[in-house]
Design a protein around this ligand. Structure first.
Ligand SMILES: Nc1nc2c(ncn2[C@@H]2O[C@H](COP(=O)(O)OP(=O)(O)OP(=O)(O)O)[C@@H](O)[C@H]2O)c(=O)[nH]1
Ligand SMILES: [Mg+2]
Length: 585
């Protein structure tokens, strides 16, 4: 069982304490290049695309299309975006799309998700010369997507499957762990993170029948993936891509498409409306889109961590950086690097939110400590939510601790400011309220017979007026005490000079003045104690809030991990069952 360790620094003295950053979905008017495949053969993530992804705080469903060049991939992706134009099509025989292009649109079904469409460079272009990047493009599409659409022309025959050798090379181009145990079964790990698989067969001209009986497109695909018994080299060659597809992509679907239009219209396909297209093609495209929208899941990392647009951008960068430095992208390392980048960002976001909101909501000086504490708790709760929602895999709670320490410092600064502002406000109110008393003192009116009584009466009247004046803040009694202490010498000399009083009366008045000074001292202490008590309660409340949010997050993480476990288990069972069936004579 995992032990929950909660780091929280207890504060020592008075010094001590709109999820706006979770941005909504993003709709791009047109696609842009995410990963450039340069002429020098270097892959490079485009900063502009990263900037766009950075702004997407929503979870993403990532659909990537891969396949041979000039097979209508870009056209199909445009259909998913609900547009005729977008990803550029080419009407010539030369390949069009280069690198990996991205189009982020609001998900048409999952309202709080963004649909990220990735259109990739066609594989197998002989003109390109260097085929090395084909494998990387294929691997990146697998690594970044939650649904992979493999697009091909004609039929799913042995030729088509042999051309899909990229899938057999995936294990050479993707590492699960930084230090691989040689006996460990990688395919389970692949199941965790690999996308679901859709094979789209274009210009399909056959009839979906098997032994005279109609079959579905899925059955057509599964029949094509049947393994041959035996162990000869030829059988192994035959079985290899089929086994890989079965093992890595147990969730498979197949769609066949008729030719969209007559030859003369094909060159202007992107200008044609549905009415100009073959109705069966239009229907097939609709069914394909419905399937993608309803079944493509949001992209997750190991442990069921949901990927946002921001994370997706970082993920692309981490993988491409690894490839560029001649390393094999490693799933484990990617998650660790991603967590570091993301968690550091989450701390900054949470701190920024706290600072900005406190600046906006606190009117200095607050009337009471209670008022300031309440605002602090509301904002602190929001900031904690940002931190906890935006961070993941902070296993040693390094980032949470960092945030809590900053929060302590920020709140301490706010408390100091509130005290300072209160002092200033009190001084100004005292100056205004006690001005008539100061005038009388200046004129010497109280130095007379009966002057002491008049002084005391005036003083009490002004004290009452001061106490009922709002806007003084947390230092009201302290500031008053300071003022009254300053007047003590005047009060004594007025008392001494008042000839109307007998010695006994003077004694009584002196005792009374002492008692009043003591009462003021008591008020000041109470004011300070109340503030400290409130601050202690603040700490307790903060601690409880943090614990509660953390526990909730751990519960959610646990649920996500359990869901992932169930999904992987189901997928593994499916693979095993299909393998058993496939090898049956
Ligand atoms: N025969 C046929 N042509 C299509 C189909 N869909 C699109 N096209 C046409 O085929 C040409 C290439 O389409 P694209 O969508 O650019 O193909 P692509 O696979 O993205 O091509 P690359 O980016 O070069 O790999 C264009 O003229 C399209 O209009 C289809 O289903 N069948
Ligand atoms: Mg294309």
């Amino acid at each position: 069982m995992k032990t929950v360790v909660i780091f929280y620094r207890k504060k020592t003295s008075s010094e001590s304490v709109n999820s706006s950053s979770i941005m909504a979905g993003f709709s791009m008017a047109e696609p842009i290049c995410l990963i450039e495949n340069g002429k020098d053969g270097k892959l490079c993530v485009q900063p502009k695309a990263l900037q766009i992804l950075e702004q997407i705080g929503q979870r993403v469903v990532v659909v990537a299309v891969v396949g041979f060049y000039r097979t209508g991939k870009s056209y199909l992706m445009n259909q998913l975006a609900g547009k005729r134009n977008g990803f550029a099509l080419g009407a010539t025989i030369q390949s069009k799309t280069k690198g990996i292009w991205m189009w982020c649109v609001p998900h048409p079904v999952k309202k709080d998700h963004t649909l990220v469409l990735l259109d990739t460079e066609g594989l197998g272009d002989v003109e390109k010369g260097d085929q090395k990047n084909d494998t990387w493009i294929f691997s990146l599409a697998v690594l970044l997507s939650s649904m992979l659409v493999y697009n091909s022309m004609g039929t799913i025959d042995n030729d088509a499957l042999q051309r899909l050798h990229y899938v057999t090379e995936l294990t050479e181009h993707i590492k699960v762990k930084s230090q691989q145990d040689e006996y460990e079964d990688e395919s389970t790990e692949f199941l965790r993170v690999f996308p679901s698989f859709v094979w789209s067969v274009r210009d399909f001209t056959l009839t979906l029948e098997h032994d005279g009986k109609p079959i579905t497109a899925d059955e057509y695909l599964n029949n094509a993936l049947k393994l041959k018994p035996g162990h000869s080299k030829a059988v192994q060659m035959y079985n290899m891509p089929r086994s890989c597809l079965r093992n890595y992509f147990p969730t498979r679907k197949c769609f066949v498409f008729d030719r969209p239009a007559r030859t003369e219209k094909m060159r202007i396909l992107d200008t044609l409306s549905d009415a100009d297209l073959d109705p069966s093609f239009v229907k097939q495209v609709r069914e394909f889109c419905c399937h993608v929208f309803s079944t493509a899941e949001s992209k997750t990392l190991k442990g069921g961590v949901h990927v946002t647009g921001t994370l997706l951008g970082n993920l692309a960068k981490i993988y491409v950086d690894a490839i560029c430095s001649n390393q094999i992208p490693c799933l484990e390392n990617a998650v660790l690097s991603l967590a570091q980048i993301q968690n550091a960002k989450a701390v900054v976001q949470a701190i920024d939110h706290y600072n900005a909101q406190m600046a906006e909501r606190v009117a200095y000086p607050t009337e009471s400590q209670e008022e300031l504490s309440q605002i602090h708790h509301v904002v602190e709760k929001e900031a904690l939510k940002i931190l906890i929602d935006c961070s993941f895999k902070d296993d040693d709670q390094k980032y949470q601790q960092k945030f809590l320490l900053s929060l302590d410092e920020m709140y301490a600064g706010i408390l100091r400011k509130n005290i300072e502002e209160s002092k200033k406000a009190c001084e100004s109110i005292i100056k205004h309220v006690f001005q008539p008393l100061e005038d009388q003192l200046g004129s010497g009116r109280y130095v007379s017979r009966g002057g002491y009584k008049a002084f005391c009466a005036d003083m009490q009247r002004f004290i009452n007026r001061y106490r009922s004046t709002p806007g003084k803040g947390v230092q009201a009694e302290e500031a008053l005490k300071k003022y009254l202490d300053g007047k003590k010498a005047f009060q004594d000399s007025i008392l001494t000079a008042d000839q109307s009083l007998t010695e006994a009366e003077r004694q009584i008045q002196a005792e009374l003045a002492k008692a009043q000074a003591l009462e003021q001292q008591h008020r000041t202490e109470t004011e300070m104690n109340n503030m400290y008590e409130k601050l202690l309660k603040d700490q307790e409340q903060s601690y409880n809030e943090f614990t509660q949010q953390l526990m909730q997050k751990m519960e959610e993480d646990g649920q996500n991990a359990a869901k992932e476990y169930d999904r992987v288990l189901a997928a593994k069972l499916k693979v095993d069952a299909l393998t058993l069936n496939a090898t049956r004579p």
